[in-house]
Design a protein around this ligand. Structure first.
Ligand SMILES: CC(C)(COP(=O)(O)OP(=O)(O)OC[C@H]1O[C@@H](n2cnc3c(N)ncnc32)[C@H](O)[C@@H]1OP(=O)(O)O)[C@@H](O)C(=O)NCCC(=O)NCCS
Length: 166
């Protein structure tokens, strides 16, 4: 039996598709990550994508995608070997219980084993996404050099960086 309090990462191809498709964010958050069906199609279309589900006990509570090609996150040169993070979310029914923080921590813990050459996690976040910015700052992300336009909702995006070590 699974430990009901354990939060683990599981490759999405090990999760039944209807379970993945039942995940959702609040309507006002859709501009930040998009629909799950599109996230999955996008991940499937890029060999550099490593899509993962967050599982709490036996409940799938969120998703994210590690991107082995960080230049698809921001077209700049990074100071260290980097991987990207996109599509990170916690299902609306599970938000505001500390699970986003735990999911990000589990992800950072798993990165050295999944992507041993990487030393930096990079992501792009909408400047108006207060919840995500708060979470990322708590998790040790710092501002990258770039600020640019062209995110999914057409507003300014911020590049955030999180160094990590094996
Ligand atoms: C961002 C997100 C993952 C946070 O998940 P969560 O499980 O609700 O977060 P937690 O409960 O672990 O909260 C961790 C921190 O996030 C911030 N936060 C989370 N929800 C917040 C909200 N509604 N308003 C302001 N800050 C918020 C806070 O800093 C919080 O710390 P605190 O509890 O000490 O104040 C979730 O809101 C989400 O999935 N949003 C939609 C998708 C998205 O925007 N993804 C990021 C794309 S870059």
């Amino acid at each position: 039996m699974s430990d009901a309090s354990a939060l683990t990462l599981v490759a999405v191809d090990r999760v039944p598709r209807p379970t993945l498709l039942a995940l959702r964010v609040a309507p006002e958050q859709l501009g930040f990550v998009g629909r799950v069906v599109d996230l999955l199609a996008d991940a499937q279309s890029r060999p550099s994508a490593d899509p993962l589900a967050f599982v709490l006990g036996d409940q799938v509570i969120g998703l994210c995608c590690i991107e082995r090609e960080p230049r698809t996150i921001a077209p700049i040169a990074f100071d260290a070997p980097a991987v990207g993070l996109r599509g990170f979310f916690i299902d609306a029914r599970w938000q505001r219980r500390g699970l986003g923080r735990r999911a990000l921590s589990a992800l950072l813990h798993a990165l050295p084993e999944r992507h041993p050459a990487a030393r930096l996690l990079v992501l792009s976040v909408d400047e108006g996404n207060t919840a995500a910015l708060g979470l990322y700052r708590q998790a040790g992300f710092v501002d990258g050099a770039a600020r640019y336009h062209g995110g999914p909702v057409g507003r300014g995006q911020r590049l955030l960086l999180r160094p990590f070590h094996p």
